[in-house]
Design a protein around this ligand. Sequence first.
Ligand SMILES: *[C@@H]1O[C@H](CO)[C@@H](O)[C@H](O)[C@H]1NC(C)=O
Ligand SMILES: *[C@@H]1O[C@H](CO)[C@@H](O)[C@H](O)[C@H]1NC(C)=O
Ligand SMILES: *[C@@H]1O[C@H](CO)[C@@H](O)[C@H](O)[C@H]1NC(C)=O
Length: 410
Amino acid sequence: MMNKHCSASHRQLELIFCSIGCSIHLFTVVNEFLKFPVRTDIIYDYPEKMIVPEIDIILHNIDLLNMTALHLKYPNKMTQICEHFVKISNFEMNSIEDCIKFLKSYYERSYHVGKMLTVDDVEKLDVDSLILNFVAKEVDFVRNDLCSVERYFNAVNTFLRVSCREDSKQIERRLVRNIVIDDGFCVKHNIYHSFGVRFAHPNSSIDAHVLNYLPLERGEGENLFTMLHYREITVESKEWPYQTNCRHYQKSQIFSKCLREKISHSYPGIVQLEDVIQVGQYPSDFKFDDLKYDVNETISQIKSGCAELVKQPQCIEKTYQTQGRSAREKGSGIGLICVGNLIDFNINLKTYPKSTFTELLIYISSILGIWFGISIYGKLIDGFIFPTIPQHSTQKVDVVPNVESTSIHD
Ligand SMILES: *[C@@H]1O[C@H](CO)[C@@H](O)[C@H](O)[C@H]1NC(C)=O
Ligand SMILES: *[C@@H]1O[C@H](CO)[C@@H](O)[C@H](O)[C@H]1NC(C)=O
Ligand SMILES: *[C@@H]1O[C@H](CO)[C@@H](O)[C@H](O)[C@H]1NC(C)=O
């Protein structure tokens, strides 16, 4: 009797020990699972076809502005700028023509010119003739007939987005690595001075940074042939409840929309100097200003407020990395920007769940197996090969129902 009691309490202790151990183990595993961790695979891919991307061109407003007209419009401001430069540089200025030449000679100075402009001054710059508008196909590989131009600007730069579509669908080119199958695809332009070009994804916002464009330069009457290539980089994340917790939205658009709304609320009549806007988006008498130097720091508060809105990563982010070369020569003045084959593999960073629900079930059943020795296999053996449970052990089953099933046959 004594012995039996002792064995029963021993088993109870065992049960308690195993239950606690098992619970901790289960908790750890389930807790890890409930964090919904992800793993990321990097996939390199050379696709069978590519699309003709959007061609973004950056121009310097200072090259397009008629400074003489600007001087007539803002005589005082122009004189102020000129005097400022006379003071800080050794530059000698005898007339306003000298000053205009001086201002036009370096892009650095276009910042100061930008600050005296209104939306209207930039909006009415003539850029329509820069991307030639053919109604019909000129030659097989120059396809301006398929392309339309949308125009964007800020105080310092004007941006042209050239979008080419065939039957309102994106144009596809067949690809075989290292072999050229389809004709080239080029757009003819009439742009001189210094400018920049890059490829962009449809729906992406305009990149305002001049350094993200391939720099090009063209003098009077010169030919300029530019061949650009791209590789697509895709980052795919997983939505809640996965750790990456991404959202299907257009992050940069939401951020700039938020900035724009808050700025026009706090600074009526002002457009931030670098903000890229479209024709008609603001009343034409709005002025450009650089709010970064606002001593009251309203702008940095606005920025951090808007950053809160876009903390979550975007679920699918596609970008194009552009590479290119250009050849400049004396000639009759032909300007071409061409889309070359992909030269490199596309990169896709894709996240997957680190553990699936099936794996969780396997973990749970193996944990139960470790702590209580429960196994399906054991159950089946019990049920089918030894269908009758020996008489003497039924009592034990009553005491500790959970632990018994396999230990019976020890
Ligand atoms: C620039 O503006 C002035 C004054 O309005 C005008 O006389 C001149 O023709 C303009 N120059 C160009 C190149 O349009
Ligand atoms: C661009 O946006 C439109 C409308 O929001 C959408 O229908 C289209 O699929 C998007 N295109 C790409 C390539 O993401
Ligand atoms: C900064 O704030 C003060 C007081 O709120 C205000 O008087 C001043 O006009 C503000 N300055 C600017 C540049 O907004």
